[in-house]
Design a protein around this ligand. Structure first.
Ligand code: ADQ
Length: 484
């Protein structure tokens, strides 16, 4: 096990992620408290942390936060402080204005700015230095996501003894798009500092290996990259999942069932409730999905007596222009559809911006007959899996974009191409008129898949593979040793 509880303690497992598992909340009197941030990453990684002697390095979500480490829930939390300009350049800029759109099929145009890149390098170095100081000799470090792709190599330079794993939560783009990035080589070399690079889909791992072969010139064989210094890097898919058992149990509680009935009542008891739940992001295809629903009302395939669309869209990254524009566009579209097709007390779309506790989310999933998940590109999409976990009676239909990672596993969903509005309309109608037996057949299969590939299995598979990395594959050999 790792060290003691002092400030120079070391840890057998260090998780490095852009955000800490808690957010710093500044109270009215100026004092600070910490609130557990929900989110898939925390739920997924926390149990692993507890079985190790773990530390978590991350940003607290605000400017100029304190850097003193503290203990919470059996973990040492080690904040990395970001200044206001760093939040603008590293986080909103390079992470969310350059990498996010580039990695999501350039659904929006990425911006390339040299100052953003420089800030990304500086901030990645700070994360790497913190991790280097915390990890025990021969310890494991698990680095997460697109904001920290340079950390593996920086960390390897500081601590060649470590086993380093990296997991990318978003898609890894095809070569043709990735090569637009002026700093493509540095990013690839950054990732190659890891022993194991994990992706959501096999296609992501293949894109990465192909890029490394063609653009960096390293030898590769299947999912392995052979580096000139003697190390081997493995790239593989580890599709992330959810706490199926926990959510299924929650959805079975009488309180959640009662709340689900209440939600249907409040929506006016239409025959069909359609549901969308997303972060308000241009990759999620919210606009296209609502447009398809609007057209079904316009051509009278559906009526508001028949169907109500409940759309939850939590605003995010609101200081990035593209996100503000999207919010305005969706507001206008919802206003137009409700103005044209709603009745008094009966809007066609019930549109909500709030964030909800898990119980309320489970009640919404339980209340919905058709879950509509239509991202233009998505690493996985946990919402699709959460819906499935809440449908114990095997009713309900999932309409799912084939461009979400979840489509690899949830093959029994009504799969759609979100760019094809007519196809999306047809799938919604097919889901609406499917027989209960047909829906149950599909739901049963999807539940089985998510149940057996839950988040614990995901974390164990990743950690298990990382633990198998052979020491001779990770130790940097001196040129003379390599030659001999
Ligand atoms: P996200 O893009 O954030 O995640 P997603 O996978 O759908 O997308 O996860 C969102 C999570 O937030 C879900 O657990 C959902 O229940 C929750 N949520 C959404 N709206 C909410 C609300 N209003 N109130 C409360 N909870 C809400 C990124 C990638 C994904 C990948 C995940 C995990 O973009 O592709 O699946 O990381 O790797």
């Amino acid at each position: 096990m790792g060290g003691d509880s002092g400030s120079d303690a070391t840890f057998d497992l260090v998780v490095v992620a852009n955000r800490l598992p808690v957010d710093r909340v500044v109270n009215e009197d100026g004092s600070c408290t910490w609130r557990r941030s929900p989110g898939g990453l925390v739920t997924a990684v926390e149990p692993v942390m507890q079985s190790y002697d773990g530390a978590w390095v991350g940003w607290d979500g605000g400017p100029d936060g304190p850097e003193e480490p503290f203990d919470e829930n059996g973990m040492r939390l080690v904040p990395v402080s970001l200044s206001a300009p760093e939040i603008e350049e590293f986080y909103e800029g390079f992470s969310n204005g350059t990498l996010w759109p580039l990695y999501h099929d350039v659904v929006a145009k990425p911006s390339f700015h040299r100052e953003w890149w420089e800030s990304y390098v500086r901030v990645n170095r700070r994360f790497a230095e913190k991790a280097a100081a915390l990890a025990a000799e021969d310890g494991l470090v698990w680095v997460h996501d697109y904001q920290l792709q340079l950390v593996p190599a920086m960390l390897r330079d500081l601590r060649p003894d470590l086993r380093i794993g990296f997991f990318l939560h978003i898609p890894f783009p095809p070569l043709e798009l990735f090569v637009q990035l002026p700093w493509r080589r540095q990013i690839l070399e950054g990732l190659l500092g890891a022993d194991l690079v994990g992706f959501q889909r096999p296609g992501g791992a293949q894109n990465f290996v192909r890029l490394v072969r063609q653009r960096v010139g390293h030898k590769t064989h299947r999912d392995l990259v052979y580096l000139p210094d003697g190390r081997t890097v493995e790239a593989a898919a580890f599709p992330i999942s959810i706490d199926f058992a926990g959510l299924a149990e929650l959805s079975r509680t009488p309180a959640v069932a009662e709340r689900a009935r209440e939600i249907r009542d409040q929506l006016g008891n239409p025959r069909h409730v359609l549901l969308g739940v997303d972060r308000l992001d241009y990759t999620k295809g919210i606009y296209d999905r609502l447009r398809a629903f609007g057209e079904l009302l316009a051509d009278e395939t559906l009526s508001v007596e028949d169907a109500v669309f409940l759309q939850v869209a939590t605003p995010s990254r609101e200081r990035v222009d593209e996100y503000r524009r999207l919010r305005d566009e969706i507001d206008r579209l919802v206003g137009r559809i409700n103005g044209d097709y709603g009745r008094i007390g009966r809007p066609a779309i019930s549109y909500l911006h709030s964030s909800y506790p898990r119980e309320e989310m489970a009640a919404m999933f339980k209340a919905a007959d058709i879950m509509v998940v239509t991202p233009l590109r998505d690493g996985m999409n946990l919402v699709a899996k959460e819906y499935v976990a809440c449908r114990e009676d095997e009713s309900g239909a999932l309409v799912l974009s084939e461009f979400a990672g979840a489509a690899d596993e949830l093959k029994q969903a009504f799969l759609i191409n979100p760019y094809d509005i007519n196809g999306m309309k047809a799938a919604i109608m097919e889901a609406r008129s499917a027989k209960p037996r047909e829906l149950a057949r599909r739901m049963k299969a999807m539940r089985k898949t998510v149940q057996s590939h839950d988040v614990t299995a995901w974390a164990q598979q990743f950690m298990g593979r990382l633990a198998e990395v052979r020491p001779e594959h990770r130790k940097r050999l001196r040129p003379s040793e390599g030659d001999g």
